[in-house]
Design a protein around this ligand. Structure first.
Ligand code: SF4
Length: 317
C-alpha cells in the first residue's frame, strides 16, 4: 500500500484552530499527535465558511413543524440552515478528494449523531439529530467514512474507522483511478477476508456482485461495489467473526505447517476467541508463517495488514 499520507477532512476546531462560537478550539491530541503521521488533514469549519465570525452567538437545532432547522439560540430569525446546506454542496468536489472525515460531537453543524434538538420555546424536544452540514455530506457521499473524534477513544470504533479509511483510499487508488473489471476482481480478491470478518452474508453478496455482473455498466458495477463494500466495513467485526476468518486462513497454511506449529496457531486463535489475548497475537503468528511459507493468495490479503501496525489498533481489540 502506498504510504503517502491519506487526505482526511476534519472539523477545524479539532486541530486547535480558534473557530468555535466562544472563540476557542477543541484540539484533539490523538488526531494531532498520532493520526497525523498517516493523515493529511484538510480543516473545514462550516460556520466560518458561511461567514459567521468567531466568537459568535451560539446556535442549536430546533424543531419547526416537520423540519429541523439550525438557528441562533437567542434569536430564531437568524436561521443558518439553508446556508449550511449550500456550503456542504459547495464542498462536495473537495470531499471527493478525501478518504475520511473526523468531526466533533454535539455540534449543530458538524455532529454526526445525537445532537440535541430544542423546541421553539427553548425546551429540549427530547430527540436528537445529526448536524445540518455533515448530514448533507453524509447523504451525498454515503460511502465516505465519517467518525466523531470522541468515539475514536473506543478501541473497536477506532479500529473500524481507520480500517474503513485505509480501505477506501486503497479502493480509490486501485479501482477508481483506472476502472476496469480486472482491477475490481483483483481488489475484491485482496479484500475477501476483511469483508468476511465484518459480515459473512455481505462477503457472499459482494462475491456474487463481482462474479455475475448482471449486465451492469462498469460505472454502475463499481459504484454498487463501493457502496456495498463501505457499508459492510462499517459493521463491527467481533471475536467470533475474526476467529472464523483466522481458521479460514489456517486452512490455507495447514499443508505447510508441521503439527506443532499448527497446534500452536490453533491455541493462539482459541486464546483470542476466548478473550485471553488480543487480535494482534494470532495475526502476528500468521504473518510470521506466511513470511516463512509464502502463500501468495493469503499474503496479499488486506485482512492481515489493513492499517499500519505502528498505530497498534489490533493491540486493543
Ligand atoms: S462548525 Fe464545526 S468546525 Fe466549526 S467550530 Fe463548530 S464544530 Fe468546530
Amino acid at each position: 500500500m502506498d504510504m503517502k499520507k491519506i487526505p482526511i477532512a476534519i472539523s477545524s476546531c479539532l486541530l486547535g484552530n480558534k473557530v468555535r462560537f466562544d472563540g476557542g478550539h477543541k484540539q484533539s491530541k490523538y488526531c494531532l499527535n498520532t493520526l497525523s503521521d498517516w493523515f493529511e488533514y484538510q480543516p473545514i469549519c462550516p460556520e466560518m465558511g458561511i461567514g459567521m465570525p468567531a466568537p459568535r452567538p451560539p446556535i442549536h437545532l430546533m424543531e419547526k413543524g416537520d423540519q429541523i432547522r439550525v438557528v441562533q439560540v437567542d434569536d430564531h430569525s437568524e436561521d443558518m440552515t439553508d446556508e449550511l446546506k449550500a456550503f456542504a454542496h459547495e464542498k462536495l468536489s473537495e470531499i471527493d478528494q478525501i478518504s475520511g472525515y473526523i468531526v466533533i460531537r454535539n455540534s449543530p453543524s458538524c455532529g454526526m449523531e445525537r445532537v440535541k434538538v430544542y423546541h421553539e420555546n427553548g425546551n429540549p424536544a427530547g430527540k436528537s439529530d445529526r448536524g445540518i452540514y455533515i448530514n448533507e455530506i453524509m447523504k451525498a457521499r454515503p460511502e465516505l467514512p465519517v467518525e466523531e473524534e470522541g468515539r475514536l477513544q473506543d478501541a473497536k470504533l477506532r479500529e473500524n474507522f481507520i480500517t474503513r479509511v485505509f480501505a477506501y483510499e486503497d479502493f480509490k487508488k486501485s479501482v477508481r483511478s483506472a476502472p476496469s473489471v480486472d482491477a475490481l476482481v483483483k481488489f475484491h480478491s485482496r479484500y475477501k477476508y476483511l469483508v468476511m470478518a465484518h459480515s459473512y452474508d455481505d462477503y457472499k453478496t459482494l462475491g456474487r456482485l463481482v462474479a455475475n455482473n448482471d449486465g451492469n455498466s462498469l460505472t454502475l458495477l463499481i459504484n454498487k461495489y463501493e457502496q456495498a463494500l463501505m457499508s459492510t466495513l462499517k459493521k463491527l467485526a467481533n471475536a467470533k467473526s475474526h476467529s472464523n476468518v483466522l481458521y479460514h486462513i489456517l486452512g490455507y497454511l495447514k499443508e505447510d505447517l508441521n503439527p506443532t506449529a499448527k497446534q500452536e496457531l490453533i491455541h493462539v486463535i482459541e486464546q483470542y476467541r476466548t478473550g485471553i489475548v488480543t487480535l494482534i497475537a494470532p495475526i502476528t503468528l500468521i504473518n510470521h508463517y506466511i513470511k516463512q511459507y509464502g502463500n501468495e493468495y493469503i499474503a496479499q490479503q488486506a485482512y492481515l495488514n489493513p492499517h499500519p501496525v505502528e498505530l497498534g489498533l489490533r493491540n486493543y481489540i
